[in-house]
Each structure stands twice: as structure tokens, then as C-alpha cells.
Design a protein. Sequence first.
Length: 153
Amino acid sequence: MEARLSYAKIVVSDLERSIAFYTKAIGLSVLQRVEFTAPDITEVVLADASGQGRVVLMCGDSMPVQSGAPAWTPFVLTVDDAAAAAAEIADAGYALACDPPLKVGGITITLVPDPDGYLVEVISFPPDQSGRPPVPEGKVPHPLPQFHDRVLN
């Protein structure tokens, strides 16, 4: 079997608030809205600039939203300049969980919580890495262990 990732789905508590966050702060666009009945659930498909990367927001009375900080990061968005993206996100009125952005070699990372507490990772790579992180062999120490303390505390 050859699998291809189609999209990531997350459950949100307030659909319109989440749509505003993902379109205004993150730059995704609404591709499709589907309303289901029995049970009443709405799914909104958001697309990235390429039209290939997708996030589906799910909301409805029967869709439980996790309490507290839900998932660590449900997805990672690659941008040309994560520091510039962090500034744009902050200018749009959203608080960053990682400010200033972290730099590891030529990689820049920032995190922004969505309205339900999901942390969205925004990352940029040096041109020679073509948007893919280096893959080390075996188990290696985290390059910035304090990053997790800084973000979660």
C-alpha cells in the first residue's frame, strides 16, 4: 500500500472563530463547507496556498473538544520566513507561544495557539533543505530541550 496524506482534521469549539484564526492569522482559505444532519456536524475544509495541504475543522454538538491544551501540534506549516510570519500573526492580534521564534541552524520555528489551544507550528528552512528537516540516524538529543519548557509553561 502506498498512502498519501489527504488532510488533518481537528475538532473546534467555535467554528467561525476558528475559521477567522486560520484564514487571518495563518493564511489558509476556505475551500468547502459541509453541513451534516443527524448528528448536526459542520466540517470546513481549509486549503494552503498550494491547494494541496488541507485542514478540516469539525464542529458540532456531538463533537467533543478536548479540555485544556489539546494536542501538541496537529500540523506544521512551512513558510518562506517564519520570523516574518510570526510578526504577521502577532499583527493580526494573535499571541505567539514562541516569541521570539527559535532558530536552530538555518531553521526558524514559531508556535501559535489556535482558539482551542492547538499549537500550530510555523517553520522555515534554509533553501538547501527544500522544506524538509534533516533526518538524523538513531536516537539523538533534542536540539533545544528548553523549547518545550518555554512553550508549555
